[in-house]
Design a protein around this ligand. Structure first.
Ligand code: GLY
Length: 418
């Protein structure tokens, strides 16, 4: 098969690695990709949100399957445009991707289908926002639309919540925050569950827990994720079943019933509250860095799983996983998630990658004019260790990091430490 993969982050590197390993893959092209992915396919310089150029390229290949990694092209309707041209694509349509693209849509959908979640109030004016904040006390403020992972404030006080609401409604994230959702704050351990949905049926993939804050001890600003562990330590098989029955299957049935069948990966962000698992958010794609910790555990051909998803035949699909644990640690550019400089040299990755169950996935990397690998983004590498226990997997990830020569990078020392 000829496969076109869209994206350039660590998640897409992990996807490229898995797709290239499939016996079904004859040709893999990645748009735009990163230097680490060049080992698995041909990179073409088309941005992930250039919908027309991607469709034209896929038609010319012709692609047997287009795999869409990031949320932006999914929410923009890339899969719809590909379907219009009879090109098979893995990922939800724009209507289905609204589960991530609009927090208000997702909350109202859960309410219609009795899916457990906190109380919520969508608003578009500051005075009403303040009334809800005062009534709720502890609350979470969310931009309705996509905000590159920055549109959520878990407020420590009413004053902080009001400030966040004010800034968002004033256009902090452009039209993505012209409406906001004010939610009751719920407490408990967080975990994520990934499922495949074929428009009707849903099967469990795997679980993970990420670490969103920039610094050790869960201090500092929120990031896209500084590391992750899989399986999620606190999601027992019983809880996994409960999440599938009370959340994931109702989503599959509900979306189909409302004429928006969901096909693709559903990433369910969960809070394990005293009253049971509740939905924090849905994402319409693999997580990043969760893909880098989940996919090394996958023992089933990923392309077959994607085809079963797009062909509505997941019911009897047998997805197998390595029972071992995986831990991934992100190495980020100094300054991330704020401003950072680009162009510092990264050396000795070869010594850390693909040995002793250690894997290095590139994200914000580039080659300079001399061919030297340099940092070009905020999150730059994700280093994964796989082992019989979480403790050894973690030691493997940190052991691999110690071999990488990039003094300008920083990473958390406490990923999967407890
Ligand atoms: N790691 C969080 C996300 O992918 O949204």
């Amino acid at each position: 098969m000829k496969i076109l993969l869209i994206g350039s982050g660590g998640r897409e590197h992990a996807l490229a690695w898995s797709i290239a390993d499939s016996p079904l893959t004859q040709q893999l092209v990645i748009a735009p990709g990163n230097p680490g992915m060049a080992a698995y396919g041909t990179l073409v310089d088309i941005a992930a949100d250039d919908i027309e150029a991607i469709c034209d390229y896929a038609a010319a290949m012709p692609a047997d399957l287009v795999v869409v990694g990031p949320e932006v092209p999914l929410v923009m309707g890339l899969v719809d445009r590909l379907h219009e041209r009879d090109i098979p694509a893995f990922g939800p349509t724009a209507a289905a991707a609204k589960l991530e693209g609009s927090k208000e849509f997702a909350r109202a959908f859960c309410q219609r289908h009795k899916i457990p979640q906190p109380a919520f109030f969508p608003v578009d004016d500051y005075a009403t926002a303040c009334q809800h904040i005062d009534a709720l006390g502890d609350c979470v403020i969310k931009a309705d639309g996509l905000a590159a992972g920055k549109g959520v404030v878990v407020a420590e006080s009413a004053a902080e919540a009001k400030q966040a609401a004010k800034e968002m409604l004033a256009g902090q994230f452009g039209s993505a925050s012209s409406r906001i959702v004010i939610e009751q704050k719920i407490t408990g351990p967080e975990a994520s569950l990934f499922a495949l949905l074929d428009g009707e049926n849903a099967i469990l993939m795997a679980t993970a827990q990420d670490h969103k804050r920039a610094f050790d001890g869960d201090a500092g600003p929120n990031t896209g994720g500084m590391g992750a562990i899989s399986p999620a330590p606190r999601l027992s098989p019983e809880l996994e079943n409960e999440v599938m029955e009370r959340i994931v299957r109702p989503v599959a049935r509900g979306m189909a019933g409302e004429g928006m069948p969901y096909r693709g990966v559903l990433y369910v962000g969960l809070m394990l509250t005293a009253d049971g698992p509740q939905v924090i958010e849905f994402n319409c794609r693999f997580g990043d860095p969760e893909a880098q910790v989940i996919l090394p555990r996958l023992r089933t051909d990923i392309v077959s799983a994607m085809l079963a998803t797009t062909n509505n035949s997941l019911t009897h699909f047998d997805m197998r996983w390595d029972s071992r644990s995986a831990v991934t640690v992100v190495i980020a550019n100094q300054g991330y998630p704020g401003a950072y400089s680009k162009g510092s040299a990264i050396k000795n990755i070869e010594a850390a990658d693909n040995q002793n169950d250690q894997f290095v996935f590139h994200a914000g990397t580039a080659l300079d004019a001399s061919g030297q690998l340099v940092a070009s983004g905020g999150r730059v590498l994700a280093v994964t260790g796989l082992a019989d226990s979480a403790a050894i997997a973690r030691a493997r990830a940190y052991d691999a990091i110690a071999k990488i020569d990039w003094p300008e990078g920083f990473y958390r020392r406490d990923i999967a430490a407890s």
